[in-house]
Design a protein around this ligand. Structure first.
Ligand code: CUA
Length: 151
């Protein structure tokens, strides 16, 4: 008799699991979590806005930086903003997983192929901010760095 109870419980668990998985897949298909944007990593160069990476002023001391990461560099390399600027970064990877860490700030993210990472940082203090890849991405990983100049 207890066998039947256990069988029922196991079956119930499996059903719950299947429903949960199915729902998750459905929800993911409809809208990726956290407003995550998806991109075809093979077509980054042809996909707006990454077909034209660079810096654009979008408000009073507010900028958008569209950037691609690839082994072992950041495009564009040169970024310069005035002190106090708020910068909205739009990042994606063209190959493997890279990191985007602005040394001396809290800005730190994982840049994955197939995904667009949005990140905002306000630069109050002038200076040269070192940007590092902090995810191991291959033999050139340790040289993958750039700077953001705040004047
Ligand atoms: Cu890119 Cu490490």
């Amino acid at each position: 008799k207890s066998e039947k109870v256990w069988l029922t419980i196991s079956f119930g668990m499996i059903m719950l699991f299947m429903i949960a998985t199915g729902y998750q897949a459905f929800a993911l298909g409809m809208a990726p979590p956290g407003g995550m944007e998806l991109i075809d990593p093979q077509k980054v160069d042809q996909t707006a806005p990454f077909d034209n990476p660079g810096i654009t002023q979008i408000g009073e001391n507010e900028y958008e930086v569209v950037m691609t990461l690839q082994i072992f560099s950041f495009t564009p390399m040169e970024i310069e903003v005035p002190a106090g600027a708020t910068v909205h970064f739009k990042l994606t990877s063209k190959d493997v997983v890279h990191g985007f860490q602005i040394v001396g700030t809290n800005a730190n993210g994982m840049v994955m192929p197939g995904h667009v990472l949005n990140m905002t940082q306000t630069f109050t203090e002038p200076g040269e901010y070192l940007v590092l890849c902090n995810e191991y991405c291959g033999i050139g990983h340790q040289f993958m760095a750039t700077t953001i100049t705040v004047k």
